[in-house]
Design a protein around this ligand. Structure first.
Ligand code: SAM
Length: 355
């Protein structure tokens, strides 16, 4: 497999952030692989795929952010109705203003994306025709220093995508025991020096609990041997990625959300997912592998039609950003895009035999 190196979204330098508040959402954020996403989703959304004519096909943007992809989908696919989800109230407010001109064609919902079945139920929508997932944090979240996602400037150690609920990064650092902390850093940050960092955090917090990002950056730097510090950018990058994933339960939500999105699609409907680090991409890849595999028992001389795959892949491996895209938008560097189309009705099998 074309496995992905652990990489987070590139950090903003202190010079390039914060972004002045008066810039519009469109100016603040360049959507990643925008044309490719629309091109992949369009065939499913240009006309009604099932049921009576005159009912708009539905596209779900599960990661609305500042609404860049949603806006383009509404502009370029005039037959489609949009349901857009985000857990971040600030993102919903900004994107809501941006999409206001589309009136009833756009419905915005505050939810975690693994709640997609409930969101659709509440709206009385049985099936959808496109789903877009642009994973991870938004430029808005990275650029708003006080939200604590950035290791470049001092800010409270928060990192919640929804700042109104759940534990903060400071809670994790100040309450997890060294073993749990080390597991989080090792598994979610792929951090080789996880145990040393965890032990140093536990020692340091006994002096004074953690509250700001730069103190954590110092502790991480001091925990990593000098030769290992010379490569791979800021040594705190992996620790910040790990804390963000833990605080927001990102991988658990994704593990449930991809099969839920696949199940929601009508025949002919399409899913497009963009991941920015290897752990996310692996979950997406496994879910798509399960959905595009035959469920026939091994050794049969033919494939009974009821065991035929429900989906087919639209991408070979994971697609990357082109040179031109990278030049225009450096944050597209780590992106891995995968897409699939439903070819047969029925529930998708759980990835790796999960029930
Ligand atoms: C990379 S940004 C999306 C950017 C968007 N495509 C655009 O053009 O502006 C990811 C967004 O997804 C949201 N998000 C991440 N995980 C989520 C989850 N589990 N449930 C709901 N929203 C989530 C984040 O709050 C963030 O606003």
């Amino acid at each position: 497999m074309d496995d992905v190196l652990p990489a987070d979204l590139p950090e903003m330098s202190p010079e390039s952030s914060p972004v002045p508040a008066e810039r519009t959402a469109g100016e603040r954020h360049v959507p990643v692989l925008l044309d490719r996403c629309v091109e992949l989703l369009a065939p499913a959304l240009q006309q009604r795929l099932d049921g009576p004519d005159g009912v708009a096909p539905v596209v779900v943007d599960t990661t609305l952010g500042m609404g860049g992809h949603s806006e383009a989908l509404l502009e370029r696919l005039p037959a489609a109705r949009l349901v857009a989800i985000d857990r971040d109230p600030q993102a919903l407010a900004i994107a809501g203003a941006r999409l206001e001109r589309f009136g009833e064609r756009a419905t915005l919902v505050r939810a975690v994306y693994d709640e997609l079945p409930d969101v659709l139920d509440d709206l009385g929508i049985a099936q959808v025709h496109g789903v877009l997932m642009d994973l991870g944090v938004s430029s808005l979240q990275l650029d708003e220093v006080e939200r604590g996602f950035s290791y470049a400037r001092d800010a409270p150690l928060d990192m919640r995508m929804d700042p109104t609920s759940g534990i903060t990064a400071a809670d994790v650092l100040n309450t997890y025991d060294a073993r749990d902390l080390s597991r989080v850093l090792h598994v979610y940050g792929e951090e080789k020096f996880a145990r040393r960092i965890a032990d140093n955090v536990v020692r340091e917090r006994a002096r004074e609990p953690f509250s700001g990002t730069l103190r954590l950056v110092d502790v991480v730097r001091d925990s990593i041997p000098a030769p290992a510090r010379r490569t791979g950018g800021n040594p705190a990058k992996r620790t910040f990625q790990a804390l963000r994933i833990e605080v927001n339960g990102e991988l658990d939500a994704l593990r449930d959300a991809v099969p839920a999105a696949l199940d929601a699609l009508a025949v002919g409907g399409r899913l497009v997912v963009m991941s920015y680090q290897s752990l996310e991409d692996r979950i997406v890849k496994q879910a798509l592998a399960a959905a595009t595999s035959s469920t026939a028992p091994p050794g049969l001389p033919f494939e009974p039609p009821e065991h035929a795959p429900r989906f087919q892949l639209l991408t070979r491996g994971a697609e990357r950003a082109s040179e031109a895209e990278l030049a225009a938008n450096p944050r597209s560097a780590p992106v891995r895009l995968r897409a699939a189309e439903r070819v047969r009705s029925g529930r998708v099998p759980a990835p790796g035999g999960r029930s």
